[in-house]
Design a protein around this ligand. Structure first.
Ligand code: ZN
Length: 271
């Protein structure tokens, strides 16, 4: 009789633990529940940035936890084109995993944690090796807004020189100190270049950060073409940029329309 009771308790425990396990694989273990739409948008952002050529096998995008500003959400170490909802992990702002469960982590996740610490206004962070941007990170020519779609670059994108922070390194943001130094160079801006490496792009929403990442790459391409034409160039004036940037939230028509189009392209849904 007693043995049967013990067996029943064991079975119940297995069922309870099993249910907890399957819930945890659908969503990151978290102190507060996460709206599935937030995870879906983060997955879409990964796919869009891969489809639009901003991220390849490398690079990453995160969002701040909607219910806990001291946490952020980002995929396990995985190519962005392959990310699904089950791959999303939760971190504190020192970039410690909340529930690692053996999953590998991005080495450069400290970029995200330190930017969220320094910028309470930021809700999404992208680190990419956006190819056309890299030449500007090693040259004396600053990346400046060529057209109104990239007014957020005004007056020019600052460049993070890792040698100034840590001497000769492999160039990767491997710890919180390097992430903090990078966030310091970013300051209150939308984009900072990383010398010989890539960039970091931030936004007040994941849709805004994605828009900026795509348009930073496009602006770099257009600026190189304009430089090839020669002669003095007329960039956006800071006063013009201010007027454009006054309507640059997630509800801006350019952001809404682009996000919808890119999402459909990236997720394979026909308009
Ligand atoms: Zn990198």
């Amino acid at each position: 009789m007693k043995q049967r009771h013990v067996a029943r308790v064991v079975v119940m425990l297995v069922l309870v633990l099993g249910a907890a396990g399957s819930r945890a694989s659908a969503q990151p273990s978290s102190s507060s529940p996460i709206d599935p739409a937030v995870i879906d948008d983060l997955v879409a952002a990964n796919r869009i940035l891969a489809t639009e050529g901003i991220l390849d096998g490398l690079g990453h995008v995160s969002v701040r936890h909607p219910g806990n500003p001291g946490r952020y959400l980002i995929a396990r170490s995985l190519a962005p084109a392959l990310v699904t909802a089950a791959d999303i992990m939760e971190y504190d702002l020192d970039s410690n995993p909340i529930d690692q469960r053996g999953r590998t982590m991005f080495i450069e996740r400290f970029i995200h944690g330190e930017v969220y610490k320094a910028r309470p206004d930021v809700q999404a962070v992208i680190h990419s090796h956006s190819p056309t941007v890299i030449p500007f990170s090693i040259s004396q020519t600053p990346l400046r807004p060529v057209f109104n779609g990239a007014a957020f670059l005004s007056p020019s994108a600052p460049v993070f020189e890792i040698r100034r922070a840590a001497g000769m390194t492999d160039g990767l943001i491997r710890d919180g100190a390097l992430g903090k130094a990078l966030a310091g160079v970013l300051g209150d801006r939308a984009v900072a270049l990383m010398r010989g490496h890539g960039n970091v792009v931030v936004g007040s929403a994941v849709q805004v950060a994605v828009y900026r990442a795509v348009y930073t790459e496009l602006n770099a391409r257009l600026q190189l073409q304009a430089i090839a034409l020669g002669g003095p160039l007329t960039y956006l004036a800071p006063e013009e940029a201010d007027k454009i940037n006054a309507q640059s939230g997630p509800e801006a028509p350019g952001v809404v329309r682009s996000w919808e189009l890119w999402k459909r392209k990236a997720l394979g849904v026909r308009p």
